[in-house]
Design a protein around this ligand. Structure first.
Ligand code: NAD
Length: 496
């Protein structure tokens, strides 16, 4: 049985841990590898190697750092198919979706190669006569990243390339559910030239995450995952004096006005609700039909029935398995609760027959109508291919509903009215807003963001904001005497 290695000081090593778990193919239940829960000593060794490497890495020139990421993006492109196959095997999403996951991370790597222009300070000339003030954006030291299972390529790539490109060293803790594609990406980073100790990897769960939060030599923590764990990480890491950014859970609403383009909207909604089996933090899991658009529901249900459910490796698959048996049980349990609490099950995806993959963690597209706030299927993030449908009498009612929900990750409005779109954009309290764009994940020129329960910390991952997150601003005020004599004391002058 292959084991997933730790990366410490440039060496891939087996953990000495006695606690391990299996990495399982969710379409077949085949065990792919064993992953360790690293020990405290291994975390200390990873942090120490990052701390030692920082001494030289922080002084490495901008050009050298940039060229490593130029090479890295090329290697990721060359290995795209191989990476996607690993990702699909351990996570379940379809191969095209896996390539999308890798590609969105690759875009951040490309951005990391442009770091020179992003990490420039400011200068004010003659703040007093002959005096200039300027800022340096200096790396912090050892930074750490904790990532979720649902984007095992993109989210690690949101983190370590930007941290390293700005001169920091890094300790990554990937999801223990699907660490293998992350490890392959880490191998390619070393091949691209990331020096020993600059990037380190430890595996594990709660204990190792708590160890990262508490470690005195880690200066900043980036977390992406659920609201419950992210809130804990934010509190614990900031209590220990660290910077923290936590991107967390979601309940993303899609609002449809009756003037929207019907066919495009319905197709977009189906992709955004059921793609990646609904396991996207930006999945449109909650549909709000405003006014007459409620009449579109039967067409949405009919089209959703036609989606192909199978393993992510099968050509033409629309919906793959969910990541684990535990996730399947939780999703089926929530569907059960929805029925008991009075929502109308328009499409039931439970216990589907998937030829050739009878043991897979499958749940088909599921749609509830008549959903109301207070029902579990509305209040909880289902994180599966389940769409809950509510109705609103007006755009304002939809905005109130969304702003009352605690989550503020993503939202989409479908309309052909510019005035309605502008009002929506002004009034809605959500991080990512799509206007006729179902999953508005920002490209790396911008930063990912979030409101309320979906984000803690001021600065988002990647884009311009992350430069400030991964650097400390130092302000220098400087005066040089340019006359031929220099005063060195009250009564003394020396000639230069
Ligand atoms: P999770 O919170 O269970 O796990 C995230 C990380 O925390 C993992 O590395 C895990 O090992 C660790 N962890 C788990 N339990 C822990 C505990 N008790 N104490 C300390 N650490 C712990 O999340 P997940 O299930 O892997 O991912 C899905 C969640 O991530 C969803 O809520 C989704 O919305 C969210 N997500 C958010 C974004 C975003 O940008 N806002 C992006 C992707 C995923």
């Amino acid at each position: 049985m292959p084991t997933v290695k730790l990366l410490i000081g440039g060496q891939f090593v087996d953990s000495t841990s006695t606690q391990w778990r299996e990495v399982i193919n969710p379409a077949t239940q085949q065990v792919l590898a064993r992953v360790p829960f690293a020990t405290t000593q291994e975390l200390d060794a990873a942090v120490d190697s990052a701390k030692q490497a920082f001494k030289t890495w922080r002084k490495t020139s901008i050009g050298v750092r940039a060229r490593i990421f130029l090479k890295y993006q090329q290697l990721i492109r060359e290995h795209m198919k191989e990476l996607a196959a690993i990702l699909t095997a351990e996570q379940g999403k379809t191969l095209p979706d896996a390539e999308g996951d890798i590609f969105r991370g690759l875009e951040v790597v490309e951005h990391a190669a442009n770091i020179g222009t992003l990490q420039m300070g400011e200068l004010a000339n003659n703040v007093a006569t002959g005096v200039d003030t300027y800022t340096l954006l200096q790396p912090l030291g050892v930074c750490a990243g904790i990532t979720p299972f649902n984007f095992p390529a993109m989210i690690p790539l949101w983190m370590f390339p930007m941290a390293i490109a700005t001169g920091n060293t890094f300790v990554l803790k990937p999801s223990e559910q699907d660490p293998m594609v992350t490890m392959r990406l880490v191998e390619l980073a070393l091949e691209a030239g990331v020096p020993a100790g600059v990037l380190n990897v430890v595996h594990g769960g709660e204990n190792i995450v708590n160890g990262i939060c508490d470690h005195p030599d880690i200066k900043a923590v980036s977390f992406v995952g659920s609201t419950k764990v992210g809130t804990h990480v934010y509190r614990r890491a900031t209590l220990a004096g660290k910077r923290a950014q936590c991107m967390m859970g979601a309940k993303n609403h899609a609002v449809v006005l009756p003037d929207a383009n019907r066919e495009q909207t319905i197709n977009n909604l189906i992709g955004a609700a059921f793609g990646a089996a609904g396991q996207r933090c930006m999945a449109a899991s909650t549909l709000v039909l405003v006014g007459e658009s409620r009449a579109w529901l039967p067409e949405l249900v009919e089209k959703s029935k036609k989606l192909k459910l199978s393993a992510g490796t099968e050509p033409g698959t629309d919906v793959g398995p969910v990541v684990s048996c535990g996730a399947l049980e939780r999703i089926n349990g929530l569907i059960e609760r929805g029925i008991l609490e009075g929502a109308k099950l328009e499409l039931d995806g439970r216990a589907p027959k998937v030829a050739g993959y009878e043991n897979g963690n499958f749940v088909g597209p599921t749609i509830f109508s008549g959903v109301k706030p207070g029902m579990s299927v509305y209040e909880q993030e289902i994180f599966g291919p389940v769409l809950v449908v509510l109705e609103a009498a007006s755009l304002d009612e939809a905005i109130d509903l969304i702003n009352t929900n605690p989550n503020g990750n993503g939202v989409a409005l479908f309309t052909q009215s510019g005035a309605a779109a502008r009002r929506f954009q002004e009034e809605i309290d959500i991080g990512q807003v799509g206007i006729n764009v179902p999953i508005p994940v920002p490209v790396p020129l911008f930063s990912f963001t979030g409101s309320r329960a979906s984000k803690l910390g001021d600065l988002g991952p990647y884009g311009k904001q992350v430069i400030l997150f991964y650097t400390q601003t130092k302000t220098v005020t400087q005066r040089w005497f340019d006359d031929s004599t220099l005063s060195v004391g009250v009564n003394t002058t020396i000639s230069l």
